[in-house]
Design a protein around this ligand. Structure first.
Ligand code: SAM
Length: 311
């Protein structure tokens, strides 16, 4: 069974924000589209609540789940969240997006053993100064995180590089080399305007069209992901590069198969909007049955619509 929205788009993916806390301060961060709250120190959803939301989603055919944040590794109970969701029959894919800084000390391996199969690690630059300026963190810790993820056998490991004009565009060749040399996938991401100032966006947004043209020229094969925004994956002789181009891209939105859950337990149909959320955490705490929670998913699914669409 698959839910489909009013535009015929299947609902296959759930992206759950499990915390707003983060140990980096990325200048470009969209915070998964959440409006920042003054007090975001405490987790809003318990392990049981997150796993229950995952279980209900999977029972509706939304069987690919990504954990995000904030920084998911900040939660000490992350292995329990992973194990709880991984044990649900019908799950097809469980992944995590992280800055990787806390992957050392065996955490990557522990998460793999708990049932996590693949990870995306944010890495906007290999240059220590640029990395520090962009994220506030230390490049040594990020690279140790990438190494730990590789050694923990996550497959694939993807490196998420948000492209920022006048900051890291020239780092792309080094990133391709670095990723290719380690057998990990490089994901180039166009800057979204969410939760960044208009001035920042104007100064640093860069269309990825020129970069894509270069990748196309060097590719041996090009793959398309119809159930993930129709993204293209460029297989170069020594590296694999995926390109994420959301801005004013009808095709991207027409092939969106996602629903989100905010860190305070609201079903969120679109990264770009906060005017069509459906609270699921309050009903859970008021004793709602699984059938009632499924109804909330059906409602949220009906609220899904492409942000960019042809007139
Ligand atoms: N702390 C984790 C991390 O660093 O990956 C998870 C949260 S972060 C918001 C999730 C993903 O969003 C990262 O891959 C990051 O690169 C991407 N991202 C953050 N801000 C963005 C923006 N303004 N435009 C596009 N992607 C963005």
């Amino acid at each position: 069974m698959n839910l489909t929205d009013n535009c015929g788009r299947p609902l296959l993916n759930l992206r759950i924000s499990i915390t707003q806390r983060c140990n980096n301060r990325c200048a470009y961060c969209h915070r998964e589209g959440e409006v920042q709250r003054a007090n975001h120190s405490a987790e809003k959803m318990s392990v049981e609540e997150i796993v229950r939301i995952g279980r209900v989603a999977i029972s509706l055919g939304i069987s690919r789940i990504k954990l995000t944040g904030g920084e998911p590794l900040m939660r000490n109970d992350l292995p329990e969240i992973v194990a709880g969701i991984a044990a649900v029959p019908g799950l097809r894919d469980l992944s995590l997006t992280t800055n990787g800084l806390l992957f050392g000390n065996g955490l990557a391996k522990k998460l793999h053993d708990s049932g996590l199969k693949r990870v995306n690690i944010s890495l906007p630059s290999l240059n220590a100064e640029t990395y520090k300026k962009l994220t506030g963190g230390r490049i040594e810790d990020a690279l140790a995180g990438v190494q730990a993820a590789i050694e923990a056998d996550f497959c694939p490991v993807k490196l998420n590089m948000v492209i920022l004009n006048n900051i890291n565009v020239n780092d792309i060749p080094d990133m391709i080399k670095y990723a290719g040399g380690r057998g990990v996938v490089l994901q180039l991401i166009e800057l979204d305007p969410i939760n960044v100032s208009g001035n920042y966006y104007t100064a640093h947004h860069r269309s990825l069209d020129g970069i894509e043209a270069m990748l196309k020229e060097k590719s041996i094969t090009i793959e398309q992901r119809p159930f993930m925004h129709n993204r293209l994956i460029y297989h170069l002789p020594n590296a694999t590069v995926e390109v994420v181009k959301p801005i004013e891209n009808n095709d991207f939105c027409m092939h969106c198969t996602r629903l989100r859950v905010t860190s305070d337990g609201k079903l969120k149909p679109c990264l770009m909007r906060n005017d069509n959320l459906t609270d699921i955490l309050t009903p859970i705490r008021q004793g709602a049955s699984d059938e009632e929670l499924k109804e909330l998913f059906l409602k949220a699914n009906q609220l899904r619509e492409p942000y960019n669409k042809k007139d």
